[in-house]
Design a protein around this ligand. Structure first.
Ligand code: PEP
Ligand code: MN
Length: 364
């Protein structure tokens, strides 16, 4: 059965009072730390129009000794956020007890962290705990390692347990060493996830992807440009003093600024003009392939000739003549010389391969 059929009954993730035509925005601190910090942040975010509040109350830390979350006490504060601001609430769950406590406390969204979605035992335990709670909304972060099958497997365990309001969160993938991104985006992976399960909403987490405040805006814009369905962003009333992920959190005021500068692309626009241009591109690609095929046929003839006259296949002078001539011709036509050099090198390599192929066939 194709994956599209496996996930056929997914339901859209919508909430009363939230425009389903706009990206879903979830914001809040990495961790719930104190009642005051939770309420201050939530009120600031509510003022900026944020409708869904996130906070981690159980924190998966890489090494022991860090702040491991406030635990069950945090659920009371989350409940108070709901009561005082009217916001929906989202927390991370990693085992059966977390799921039961979160559902009992009326949390509106449960998310699965990147370390948990990488673990099929934990995912099955969570799925079993969700059986009979078909109304639950669950978002699954990508596993820490870039393994799309593991990500889909985690989603499927929840779907098979009856969860229909299911979504994915792209938060990037771990790599060894220091890089610009805390977690590499590898955008092709969520794109492939969307191709395989088109009706699954995908939300971007620019905070954990970038790992620094300055990257939240640019990553969010890129995600929206690529058609992501929402954003989950970390925000803290006093980011520099945060007990976890301090460098990537922004105040509710900064978050408001970031969100207001994001450009929403019009997804309802007619793609008619684009269709014509795409047909044109297809036509150009056809011509390119035909010309390349013609060129390779000539190369095979040359191979035959060289064989009959006992000549070497690669003649260096001819090769550099071709490259130089084509690079300057390309530049005159407004193309990048560097680009054409790469193309011509690839074409030349394939031509040599074709000639050698002809020669070898004659020997056999
Ligand atoms: C988080 O959202 O605070 C979190 C722990 O994220 P991740 O699982 O992506 O590391
Ligand atoms: Mn975090």
């Amino acid at each position: 059965m194709s994956e599209q059929n496996l996930f056929a009954e997914l339901k859209p993730i919508t909430f009363d009072g939230i425009d389903p035509n706009k990206p879903l925005v979830i914001a809040g601190p990495c961790s719930a730390e104190s009642e005051e910090q939770v309420m201050d942040t939530a009120k600031g975010l509510a003022k900026s129009g944020i409708k869904i509040f996130r906070a981690g109350i159980w924190k998966p830390r890489t090494k022991p000794g860090g702040f491991e979350g406030i635990g069950l006490r945090g659920l009371l504060w989350m409940h108070q956020v709901k009561k005082e601001t009217g916001m929906y609430t989202a927390i991370e769950v990693a085992n059966r007890e977390h799921v039961t406590a979160a559902l009992d406390a009326g949390m509106d969204i449960l998310w699965i962290g990147a370390r948990t979605s990488a673990n099929p035992f934990a995912m099955q335990e969570i799925a079993d705990a969700l059986k009979g709670h078909e109304e639950a909304t669950v978002l699954v972060k990508n596993p820490v390692n870039p393994d799309i099958e593991l990500w889909i497997g985690a989603l499927l365990r929840l779907y098979n347990a009856g969860v229909r309001r299911l979504g994915a969160i792209h938060r990037g993938f771990s790599t060894y060493g220091k890089h610009l991104f805390r977690n590499e985006p590898q955008w092709h992976i969520p794109i492939e996830l969307h191709r395989r399960i088109p009706n699954l909403p995908i939300i971007c987490d620019p905070s954990h992807m970038g790992g620094k405040r300055e990257l939240i805006g640019p990553i969010s814009q890129q995600a929206l440009d690529m058609g992501f369905d929402g954003l989950i962003i970390e925000s803290h009333c006093d980011p520099d003093c945060a007990l976890s992920d301090a460098k990537q959190q922004v105040t509710p005021e900064s978050l408001n600024l970031i969100i207001n500068t994001l450009v929403l692309r019009d997804t309802k626009q007619s793609t008619e003009n684009l269709t014509l241009l795409r047909q044109h591109i297809d036509q150009c690609d056809n011509e390119l392939i035909e010309v390349l095929s013609k060129r390779m046929a000539v190369c095979r003839e040359i191979g035959q000739y060289k064989k009959e006259h006992n000549m070497q296949v690669v003649q260096n002078r001819r090769y550099s003549d071709i490259i130089n001539k084509r690079v300057s011709q390309a530049e005159e036509m407004g193309l990048s010389g560097e680009f054409i050099q790469i193309v011509m090198q690839a074409v030349h390599e394939e031509s040599v391969r074709q000639q050698i192929d002809v020669i070898n066939k004659q020997i056999l």
